[in-house]
Design a protein around this ligand. Structure first.
Ligand code: HEC
Length: 155
């Protein structure tokens, strides 16, 4: 029996709640290109919100260059947390897209990542138990770095 497993639109529990809680505070994060400005979603996006901005916890930020761009060819270390905030309009934060490198969990994928997709209202958009199965193909495309696409679409 699986406990703590959330379905789409359920209130986040277990790992999904954990990912949401870790992502809500911007404390200690570094913004992509060191800018908290909202960006228009890119042509390649699979995310159905018009605006976004992405940040890295201090562990993940060790793989950014001095301009806040991901260094070529890196693999992010254990404990890396990357949060993309998705906005419905310029003042409404609606969803968090989350990549958390954490080994040994039931939700960890083959490259060591857990995929979170949680709404700001606390409901689940795609449960982490799906192990990124709707995300990985697109995030493995040519030009991705350890699944990351900001560098490709916002060079
Ligand atoms: C069809 C392609 C596509 C799919 C499917 C997709 N994404 Fe993305 N994702 C992107 C692109 C492109 C970006 C760069 C920013 C943008 O334009 O949205 C991105 C950015 C991100 C980021 C910011 C880190 C980075 O540099 O890539 C995270 C985290 C993320 N996506 C998580 C997810 C999750 C979780 C799912 C599945 C529930 C998912 N993505 C599905 C294309 C996709």
């Amino acid at each position: 029996m699986i406990i703590n497993s959330c379905k789409k639109d359920d209130k986040a529990e277990g790992i999904d709640k954990e990912l949401l809680d870790m992502s809500r505070s911007t404390n200690g994060f570094v913004w992509y290109k060191k800018s908290s400005a909202l960006l228009n979603k890119s042509s390649g996006t699979g995310h159905s919100f018009p605006y976004l901005r992405t940040r890295y916890n201090s562990i993940a930020a060790s793989k950014l260059d001095s301009n806040g761009i991901i260094l070529p060819g890196v693999t992010f270390p254990e404990g890396s947390l990357i949060v993309k905030e998705l906005y419905s309009n310029t003042s409404t934060l609606s969803r968090y897209a989350i990549l958390y490198k954490k080994s040994g969990r039931a939700e960890t994928d083959a490259k060591g990542w857990i995929w979170g997709y949680v709404n700001a209202d606390g409901t689940v958009a795609s449960p982490a138990s799906e192990k990124g199965n709707s995300c990985i193909n697109c995030h493995s495309q040519t030009g991705s770095i350890d699944y990351m696409l900001m560098n490709k679409y916002f060079p």
